[in-house]
Design a protein around this ligand. Sequence first.
Ligand SMILES: CC(C)(COP(=O)(O)OP(=O)(O)OC[C@H]1O[C@@H](n2cnc3c(N)ncnc32)[C@H](O)[C@@H]1OP(=O)(O)O)[C@@H](O)C(=O)NCCC(=O)NCCS
Length: 186
Amino acid sequence: MIERQALATKPTLTGERLRLVPLTASHADAMYASTTDPETRRLTGTHRTFTPAQITAWCASRAEQTDRLDLAVEDLTSGAFLGELALTEVDPDNESAALRISLIPRARGRGAGPEAIRLLLDYAFDQVRLHRVWLEVFAFNDRARRAYERCGFQVEGRLRHAFLWAGERHDTLVMAALNEPPAGRG
Ligand SMILES: CC(C)(COP(=O)(O)OP(=O)(O)OC[C@H]1O[C@@H](n2cnc3c(N)ncnc32)[C@H](O)[C@@H]1OP(=O)(O)O)[C@@H](O)C(=O)NCCC(=O)NCCS
């Protein structure tokens, strides 16, 4: 059985170089900038455009969501916004949920992603008591795939031509991490 209170009560999770904090309206400006960055839009498959007011309303409403967890990634020393990540599509009957992450461009490529993913995954398994955390990643996004693999996700399948961007079709990979010892251990 999952621990629903661990979704309703938003945690602060502290790592070695960053911390995950509840996403609030204070993050809205940085979030909005991220939604307008072309490469971020391509990597996250964001077809929609948003107004600043929509992003502010969305950020401000995260605290009252009891069936998902939306967290901001902040630099531990400076408190600077590095990105956001979320646990969504929580399925209590099957003890599973989806994970998504998007770091801002200047925060990429130096290990912040795996650290943030591990912090949220540990919380998902140990506190929310989920068994399965899954995600979708575009087949061309080698950095994201590698980051997920480093955190224990395995590729489970390929959704052919699931993503259409700028007139080109791309495959999407389904990946998941399970809350159990790796095969062959213990
Ligand atoms: C995906 C994301 C979370 C990864 O976090 P990150 O901090 O940038 O990742 P890292 O710097 O730790 O790199 C992860 C791994 O990919 C490798 N890598 C980096 N660029 C790569 C590339 N172009 N091709 C292949 N591997 C690459 C790194 O060497 C590292 O592997 P290693 O630990 O074995 O050396 C982050 O880049 C991000 O938010 N990107 C934008 C949005 C996005 O793609 N989100 C995911 C959507 S599913």
